[in-house]
Ligand binder design. Structure first.
Ligand SMILES: [Zn+2]
Length: 485
């Protein structure tokens, strides 16, 4: 029997605000640089008699996320207590949302090798992060409350995905969207995004859902993909053996590459939700929501399609360029200038995704720290087009511009990289290469014409990359023909 997988994802994303969700404590990055338990107050430590106050900025960013996910924003939002006991939860409950969450009924478009798909978004709601536990080797644990109360948005997809590839595309697309919106930096290592996957399998062609399992605490794209792939195969094997799938919560053992059942009591699903009595229902004024809608930026997939359409660049390059909004802006600034000079935007894309990315990666810099302005990059491409420098020399020029921020012409001058198109100088080099390589010359004359490329290379080398390759080729051919007896 053929089986198909049915997968839904829950994504928890930290919302980068200055203050926490229900108090004024600063949100600090989870890097271990800030001493533990210093960013705390009576509210986020849950001392008696304190009152939570909702962070307006977190709600605004949440609304923008909901709108970007094509959701309906509930006109009235209710916060709710989700009760459970765990040492990282100071109040003994989390202030979350249950009935009447922030946003409902949306969809996220994803692209896979088999085409475009719309994945339903059931809901997105606001809540607060827990504290962080540090398990010690002696079996005790330390707790840091700096993270307690950091705003989170939980985004729950419909069980609309059927392959690991779709899961990866969904997670990647959602991450890019959150970065575009300025929700967070998408840094998985800092826990800014965490996943949970619901997985079931069913015979192909049937509509009823199989029993599902839930994989918790997936903190990387790799863990997400590997655990879902493993779980699909595990469930198929159980069914093929005539067994039944047990509904349960699973953990992912990265080292063993296996899912494993978690103690059921730890995640007993009786959260006793009820409306949070300390926070009045939030009314979402329609003009406030409309104003936020106007602030939702052009999103990655829409931008990718527009760049392909407006600039005629390849899908692969467009995807690379839009993966960072600042890079896309840089490309557009350069490509607009380039078009006015008859330089193809695709050439601009090639230089950015090739050489410029290489330089930035090597220096671990983002594009806004780059010393090469769009105008300077364009000037360099013009020098290539005009034949002032070869493509090889232009790469050297770009590297120097990246180091010093100089104009391309200044670098070309300083490093003496202007191309030799002067016939006399080239002829001298060609004659020298012919004289130095009699064996290759004979091979050429006996009909092994592909040795010409090697000889061109020798001239290029002798000229330190400054010879004009086209002219070198022509001159070499002429000179070689003259060698025939
Ligand atoms: Zn606080």
């Amino acid at each position: 029997m053929e089986y198909e997988a049915v997968i839904g994802l829950e994504v928890h994303a930290q919302i980068h605000t200055r203050a926490k969700m229900y108090c004024a404590c600063p949100v600090v990055p989870d890097t271990g640089d800030v001493p533990p338990n210093t960013q705390v107050c009576p509210v986020c430590l849950a001392l008696p008699g304190t009152l939570p106050v909702v962070n307006r900025r977190a709600v605004e960013l949440g609304i923008m996320t909901g709108l970007a996910l094509n959701c309906t924003i509930n006109p009235v939002n209710v916060f709710a207590r989700k009760s459970y006991f765990y040492p990282d939860l100071p109040k003994g409950y989390q202030i979350s949302q249950y009935e009447l969450p922030l946003a409902v009924n949306g969809a996220l478009e994803i692209e896979t090798a088999s085409g475009v798909r719309r994945i339903g978004i059931i809901r997105a709601h606001l809540e607060e992060d827990t504290a962080k536990l540090y398990h010690q080797e002696d079996g005790t644990a330390l707790v840091d409350f700096n993270r307690a109360g950091v705003p989170l948005i939980e985004i729950v997809s419909a069980p609309d995905m059927h392959t690991v590839e779709e899961v990866q595309a969904y997670a990647t697309t959602l991450r890019e969207l959150l970065i575009y919106l300025g929700i967070n930096a998408g840094d998985m290592e800092k826990g800014e995004m965490r996943f949970e996957a619901n997985v079931s399998v069913r015979p192909v062609g049937t509509a009823t859902l199989g029993t599902r399992t839930e994989i918790k605490n997936l903190n990387s794209f790799r863990a997400l993909a590997a655990s879902v792939a493993y779980e699909i195969e595990r469930q198929k094997a159980v069914l093929e053996d005539g067994g039944v799938i047990v509904q349960q919560t699973l953990g992912w053992d990265e080292a063993a590459g296996k899912t494993y059942p978690q103690r059921s009591k730890e995640y007993a699903h009786d959260y006793r939700y009820f409306p949070e009595p300390d926070i009045p229902p939030l009314e979402m004024a329609p003009d406030w929501v409309a104003a936020l809608h106007a602030r939702v930026p052009e999103l990655p997939l829409a931008k990718k399609r527009r760049l392909m359409h407006d600039y005629g660049i390849r899908p692969y390059d467009a995807a690379l360029l839009v993966s960072d909004r600042r890079v896309a802006d840089y490309f557009e600034a350069t490509a607009t200038l380039a078009r006015a000079r008859d330089i193809a935007p695709q050439d601009v894309a090639n230089w950015i995704t090739g050489e410029l990315f290489r330089l930035l990666n090597a220096a671990a810099l983002s594009i806004d720290a780059c010393k090469i302005t769009p105008r300077h990059l364009l000037e360099l491409l013009m020098r290539v087009q005009q034949g002032t420098v070869s493509v090889t020399a232009a790469k050297t020029v770009l590297a120097a511009m990246h180091e010093t921020g100089e104009f391309p012409d200044a670098v070309i001058e300083r490093l003496g990289l202007a191309q030799i198109s002067d016939a006399a100088a080239l002829v001298a080099l060609v004659q020298k290469v012919i004289a130095d390589n009699p064996e290759q010359v004979q091979q050429y004359l006996r009909g092994k014409t592909n040795v010409l490329g090697w000889l061109v290379g020798q001239v290029m080398q002798a000229s330190k990359g400054k010879a004009n390759p086209q002219e070198t080729r022509t001159l070499l051919q002429q000179a070689l023909e003259q060698q025939r007896p």
